[in-house]
Write a protein that binds this ligand. Sequence first.
Ligand SMILES: [Zn+2]
Length: 251
Amino acid sequence: MAPTHLIVSEKLSQFSEVRYAMSTREGGVGEPPFGMNLSYHVGDEEANVIQNRKIFFESIGLDLTRAAFPLQCHSSKVKVAAEPGLYEECDALVTSMPDLPLVVTVADCLPIVLYDYRRTALGLVHAGWKGTAERITENAIRLMIQEFQTSTSHLIVYLGPSAGVCCYEVGPEVARQFPERVVERRAGKLYLDLKQANLQQLLSWGVRREQIEISSYCTICHPELFHSYRRDREQSGRMMAVASLISQTSE
Ligand SMILES: [Zn+2]
């Protein structure tokens, strides 16, 4: 079976106690256009999705049955995950539990990992334009401070592949919900820079730029690598980003 192509973070890879990866379109058992699709809700064969999820989790050495999923509703709500399962009415989870993989499903929305290496606490955010406008990343930081006494000077942050400012055209009603500096105007059209908008939230909370890694990938203009709802609409599969703390064996 073809190995799953994974997107990882250089900065997070330096910590043995945290594991992070995002799937792509590659390495699945499904036929195009779905291929490596990990969502049950896009019209793909259920058996393929089951198999693809298995492949993805095995390829990163995490236990799918232990995973915690926010039930993503384009909100700005963040919850604390303490056990595997589904978490309703939220788009981000934070935890200090090892071996409890946090999972978000994406196809253009931005997956953001927050790792506090001092307190060994983790957050995973699904940031679309709505959640970003309502400051979901700030909400995740605030909850980590409250729950885990996180200091933002000890955070390592990874912003994964998402719709990029090169392609992510938005209407004026969306653009006006963001500061001007994160909206580009080209040939009379407006383009939202989702990564920049979330970066600004991180910086405003005292996370330094050198603590933050930003993927340069745009999901819309890399059809060979990523599913994109904006590009493919009903023919679009979904990818998963997963982040987990790993229990350290003391030998
Ligand atoms: Zn692009």
